[in-house]
Design a protein around this ligand. Structure first.
Ligand code: ATP
Ligand code: MG
Length: 394
């Protein structure tokens, strides 16, 4: 019976101090995720791996599903732990486990053995040979292939014996918390949740800001963003979501500035506000869901116009993605259905019929001078009065 899991991670590029941080973060993220599963688990790191041992009852499917959301995991192997490590008992348990995992279908295999308990009477090469014989004798569907085995059979002799034969691909990436914190501009659309997911996969801890424009955008549009934050939190961990009331600023821009420039000027104010909140929250960068050429506001000139007001890096992980590929990812991380619910986000209400697609930064700055009287106070007020929701996974 599977009672433990071996978590393997890709070690490339994580040496020295980085490795220690990587492992500690991975252990923490695994513990947090398992705390939401039924059962009690012991999670420990050991020689380039993380071991999870269940104390008593648990649901294997639930654990595997949970771990499939923990970045940093390259592979997960369900492990059978054997107290009585006499070779006869180990080989009996091994064959039983293989029957359960593999069934009757033909397969090729190779045995790998490791004897950490040097007092164990049989040496590793002999464990391999004898275990191989047992498998061949008792499983008609088994055939040895030392070059390219389909099933790698692992036997490790320590205080107890550990056996595992299957390896499930994990989500990869780096554990969240191994990089710094970043502020995601999260709208109700398809792209920005995917952008947040992608940065979290590189170990970045995510906070989010949403610009809400009641009554032009409904409570349901806001709820949709909260729902999206909750969905990505399955991967990113809890997300602190800042909801900024953008209505007055939007109306002020609408009154004072040329309408073909509205989108870009609005976006410049979103970035400015997002950066201020980011600094307050010690985030070192911003993230958006933009991709070049997707809509009028995502030409290179428009991207340059928004970058020009930011004093911190703006990461756009989807910049070269096709919409279809973004949708595929959105489906994979389960945000797509929520993203396509038809509630207006604030940009769609105030869009001009013919927005500028090649804004000049100089012209934008000129137009923004018309906002000089009130905009600083309005921004300060919007930031001060923002609502903050700490969104946890379900
Ligand atoms: P998305 O699907 O992420 O909404 P989009 O294709 O609709 O993107 P835009 O509306 O031009 O593109 O927005 C580009 C990016 O600006 C978004 O990906 C998001 O990061 C940010 N953004 C847009 N509107 C808002 C908003 N109301 N609140 C927070 N961020 C926003
Ligand atoms: Mg949008």
């Amino acid at each position: 019976m599977v009672q433990a899991f071996l978590v393997k991670y890709a070690e490339i590029g994580i040496k020295g101090k980085n490795r220690y941080q990587f492992e500690n973060a991975l252990v923490r993220r695994v513990r947090e995720r398992l705390a939401r599963c039924e059962g009690e688990f012991l999670v420990e790191k050991e020689q380039g791996r993380v071991y999870i041992e269940a104390k008593g009852e648990f649901d294997e499917e639930e654990v595997l599903e949970g771990l499939s959301h923990v970045f940093g995991i390259a592979h997960i192997c369900p492990v059978v732990l054997i107290e009585d490590k006499s070779f006869e008992n180990v080989s009996r348990e091994l064959v039983a486990h293989m029957r359960e995992e593999i069934g009757d279908r033909p397969f090729t295999f190779k045995v790998f053995a490791k004897r950490s308990d040097k007092g164990y009477p049989i040496k590793s090469p002999e464990i391999c040979a004898r275990a191989g014989e047992c498998i061949l004798e008792q499983m008609e569907n088994a055939r040895v292939d030392v070059r390219n085995p389909e099933i790698k059979v692992y036997i490790e002799i320590r205080g107890r014996a550990y056996i595992y034969v299957s390896s499930i691909k994990g989500p990869g990436g780096m554990p969240v918390g191994t990089s710094d914190r970043s502020m995601l501009l999260l709208s109700g659309g398809i792209d920005s949740p995917v952008a947040g997911y992608m940065m979290a996969k590189r170990g970045v801890q995510i906070e989010a800001v949403y610009f809400h424009a009641p009554p032009y955008t409904s409570e349901r549009a806001k709820q949709k963003v909260v729902d999206l934050a909750r969905l990505i939190s399955e991967y990113t961990g809890p997300v602190r979501l800042h909801i900024v009331n953008f209505t007055d600023i939007q109306l002020y821009i609408y009154d004072q500035c040329p309408h073909d420039e509205l989108t870009v000027i609005m976006r410049r104010y979103m970035m400015r506000i997002a950066e201020k909140i980011a600094r307050e929250r010690r985030c070192l960068s911003l993230i958006t869901g933009e991709s070049v050429g997707q809509v009028a506001s995502q030409t290179m000139q428009s991207l340059a116009a928004t970058d020009a007001v930011c004093g911190m890096p703006v990461f756009r992980p989807l910049i070269a993605f096709d919409k279809n590929d973004i949708i595929e990812l959105a489906e994979k991380i389960n945000t797509f259905e929520t993203s396509i619910q038809p509630f207006e986000d604030c940009c769609t209400i105030f869009v001009a019929k013919h927005p500028v697609t090649k804004p000049s930064i100089g012209k934008m700055e000129e137009s923004e001078k018309k906002l000089a009287e009130k905009i600083a106070d309005m921004m300060a007020k919007a930031i001060e009065e923002r609502e903050t929701i700490y969104v946890r996974p379900e």
